[in-house]
Design a protein around this ligand. Structure first.
Ligand code: NDP
Length: 275
């Protein structure tokens, strides 16, 4: 019987996950079906229960349900426990396993697709929401020389520094207090690009040869990447690769098979530029 998987969110029509997982399944000859499920905002747990009752084996979880998915899971991987948010559910005999593959997806994209090493580098993470929280531990695992978190609401950056202080060398700053510092990799985990805006960071932050990475993606440069280019970032990358790599991590958790992400990423990138 075909195994069933799905991505659940609200809204969900825009999701590229069904296409990505269908490509992974074809490529690795796995017999599975992957759908997109629109859950009403107050019916996340009920929608998951229905999917399990119908034979579902696992789910990806997207906005706005990642915190509810964390609460719903019976047990968590270490990286999901650290993130406090879940983007992948696996339905097992012993209950629901919650994982968070966003951080591993970001790191895989930076290291393997973009060729941007993180060890010994000065990293700047902009934002203190769910996406930022999910990537802190995987970034620290790469042994950067420092990781600075900066957020529009500075107190939320400070809260994240406290929460992860035992895991590595972390600093927290308001955007304005970044002036005078330089970074090798600047990662935008704010949702500012969704509104076509760039975070209001001071100029001069990009070290020679630095990389600017926006978790958001789309056709052409996001507002953050356009600003980074104007401010001298050496290399620009958007979050399409992170999307494909986090999906590959989920696929591996479910199926025990590591898909080849490169052809899938190339296909999606080509479609975006043609759109
Ligand atoms: P949240 O709503 O949890 O957090 C939003 C963050 O953005 C907060 O830190 C907020 O600051 C900040 N922010 C919002 N507007 C502005 C602005 N105009 N200027 C500066 N800062 C701003 O969102 P998420 O963390 O869940 O998602 C963040 C982004 O990451 C989204 O664009 C999402 O699409 C993307 N993402 C991409 C993934 C991928 O696979 N490529 C995976 C996961 C997320 P404040 O605290 O001051 O309000």
């Amino acid at each position: 019987m075909t195994d069933r998987y799905a991505v659940i969110g609200n809204p969900i029509a825009h999701s590229k996950s069904p296409r990505i997982h269908a490509a992974f399944a074809r490529q690795s000859a796995q017999d599975l079906d992957y759908q997109a499920i629109l859950a009403p905002l107050d019916r996340f747990a009920a929608a998951v229960a229905e999917f399990i009752a119908g034979g579902g084996r696992g789910m990806n979880v997207t906005v706005p349900f990642k915190l509810e998915a964390f609460a719903l899971a019976d047990h968590h991987t270490a990286r999901a426990a650290a993130a406090g948010a879940v983007n992948t559910l696996k339905f097992e005999q012993g209950g629901i396993l919650g994982d968070n593959t966003d951080g591993a997806g970001l790191v895989a994209d930076l290291l393997h697709n973009i060729g941007c090493p993180l060890a010994g580098k000065r990293l700047l993470l902009l934002g203190a929401g769910g996406a930022a929280r999910g990537v802190i531990l995987p970034l620290l695992d790469q042994a950067p020389v420092s990781l600075t978190i900066a957020n529009r609401t500075a107190s939320r950056a400070a809260q994240l520094r406290e929460a992860f202080a035992e895991h590595g060398n972390l600093a927290a700053r308001a955007f304005a207090d970044l002036a005078g510092h330089q970074f090798d990799v600047v990662i935008n985990a704010t949702s500012a690009s969704l509104a076509g805006a760039a975070p209001a960071i001071p100029p001069g932050l990009y070290a020679p040869g630095s990389t600017a990475y926006d978790m958001m993606y789309g056709r052409g440069l996001t507002a953050f990447l356009a600003a980074a280019q104007a401010q001298g970032a050496g290399r620009l990358a958007d979050g399409l690769g992170m999307l494909v790599e986090q999906a590959a991590e989920s696929f591996q958790l479910w199926r025990g098979v590591r898909p080849d992400t490169r052809p899938v990423l190339a296909e999606l990138a080509g479609d975006l530029q043609r759109a």
